[in-house]
Design a protein around this ligand. Sequence first.
Ligand code: CDP
Length: 182
Amino acid sequence: MSRSKIVIAIDGPAASGKSSTAAWVARELGFQHLDSGMLYRAETGRRLGIADLRSPEVTANVSAVAQIPSVRAAVNAELRRIAETENVVVDGRDIGSVVFPDAQLKIFLVADPWERARRRLHQKLGRAVLDAEIADETRRLVERDASDATNTLQARDAVLIDTTYLTQEEQVQRIVSLAQEC
Ligand code: CDP
């Protein structure tokens, strides 16, 4: 059965720009943005008693919490509940493959690890970053990609977009154009 509401799934590895891209695409289309990573971070923060969901402690522990089947089931149920009544742009790692295999548009964002680390640090620090800082962040990202590997599943019918050499506006426009063709 096809869906009555529209789902755009945006998946990809850590710091590939999923959340900010999904938020922007949702604004352009007048859809609701659902950030599944924030739901995993919220559960991790609750277990650790930490309120800053982007803190290094939450980031270091979120992959383990996201492996717990009952946690995944609860997150997926919440996402599906909202998508019954709203058009949504959902970002995560298994959205197009597991959570919404019937999504009308599936995107898988990738980017070179060094560039992902540079962008993440620039976003966090708001200044130019040193190569040594980028090297440390790249190591942490690659480690998290490895811990998340079993739950990072590219749907066979996803459109792969490599954002290494794209501006955020270019990647948003590409996805909005694809959505308008649906
Ligand atoms: O923004 P960033 O890529 O750093 O991570 P996030 O999207 O906030 O996701 C945080 C964590 O949640 C990931 O490292 C995964 O462990 C988990 N996650 C997941 O397992 N499945 C998803 N659909 C989304 C996130």
